[in-house]
Design a protein around this ligand. Sequence first.
Ligand code: GLC
Ligand code: CA
Length: 548
Amino acid sequence: MQKHLDKKWWQDRVVYQIYPRSFQDSNGDGIGDIQGIIRRLDYLEELGIGAIWLSPVCRSPQDDCGYDISDYQDIDPMFGSLDDMECLIREAKKRDIRILVDLVLNHSSDEHPWFVEAKKSKENPYHDYYVWRDGVAGEAPNDMKACFGGSAWEWVPELGQYYFHQFSVKQPDLNWDNPKVRQEIYEMIYWWMEKGVGGFRMDVIDQIAKVPELKITNNGPRLHEFLQEMSRETFQKGDLLTVGEAWGANTDLAKLYSNPDGSEFSMVFQFEHIGLDQQEGKEKWDLAPFSFLKLKEIMNKWQKELYDCGWNSLFWNNHDLPRIVSRWGNEKEYREKCAKMMATLLHGMQGTPYIYQGEELGMTNAEYEISEYRDIETLNMYKERIAAGYPVEEVLHSIHVKGRDNARTPMQWDDSEHAGFTTGTPWIKVNPNYPEINAAAQVGKEESVFTYYKTLVRLRRQYEVFVDGKFEMLFPEHPEVMAYTRINGNTEMVVICNFFGNKISNPVKKDWGEYHLLLTNDRENGDADVLTPYEARIYIRCGIDTCH
Ligand code: GLC
Ligand code: CA
């Protein structure tokens, strides 16, 4: 069992993502903040998580809710101060929780001093920190589009040049070809490491090595050269969890990113499963029916291909995605059972699981009026599509299904006004279902979604098979059940999930007498051969030396 000696701290822990502005407000201004997070650390300790991925809290004009940074080494006053951040790192450490900082390295804010300087003249030493092209007004260098609508090129008349931005006009792309930019970034990362953070999540990291002439945004030719340099200069000097966001990753690329030799990151977020409900080659708003068999195929592929030569991150949700029970599950009569099933399916696999705030309560999407949304992506798309003649109902429907604000409604703590999130006016409306779905109603309750998640987090630390077990998909063609085994030496774990709302016969036949039922979301069902709607089970058969 040589492998166990090399086990990394982040291989048997679960990461919890906090979207700070929506987590907990401490001063009544309606916006979540760092002191609010500190106040809720006991809740997170109870859940048992080992690290927090904190969405950006650095200084920012908040054009894209903090993903537009104007000072990488200071905290936005809206969220608190550097002292608060240091306090958070310390207080979390006491509870054996590490803080992962969100690094937005593809672009900065246009209000970052680098860009303010860069715009002054072509001779300015900071000019080359960004991506510029000469041109004439009204004739952008090419027709590339920005992710949040409009052209990816913005004209600066004083310079007679365009700058490149893959996201909003207030998010100019940094020029990674410039070694000075890279050096500044490494120094900044090292500064955070010295503050004692546990690692980093790297925003759209596969888009840093862009080549606009060739219309290349992700997976540019110098990408892995840059990442390996960054890793050498920074991460490898610590014992960190590093995870890159890589929309363009396939399994071969993921093996590079998460090479066990540590030359790049610990792992990446890949999004192959996330595109399953959109029309091919179109935008995320262009909805298509979701294929369960395809989901199974993708998960099988990632589990198999990264085994022993990479590491997966496992997630259903984040601050950019709709809530999973609403998206591919059941947010109505089977909401709780379905939330538990989804959790089982994910946490039984190999990799590091991520829980997005509120997922552990089975929080749902929020269907709002257009005036109640706040997200720049949603609002820009709405304007563009309405102007292009799309029917209002159709556009609103896409927003209800896919909009990022589904994930950004305030955390539901209790059934008091504004769900206990703030004593003031929340920056975005609280989901009206908070009297029913909230933390106070679930913590300490045996049958709650929260307690179920807590059990999954604990089992991962308790049974090595969660970390090491080799994955085998059972019945890949079964249209309703996802079932798989994880085998490590003599230990075998069997995970069975009925993904839909029908009562069906259990395709997995074993001599269950030899197995122990580790976890189930339906204690009433005593029949091993029948699966009730959304039922999930984990069985284990222990080898002599591998279980404790
Ligand atoms: C990532 C973030 C998203 C942000 C974008 C631009 O995809 O997760 O929230 O808008 O990058 O920084
Ligand atoms: Ca606040």
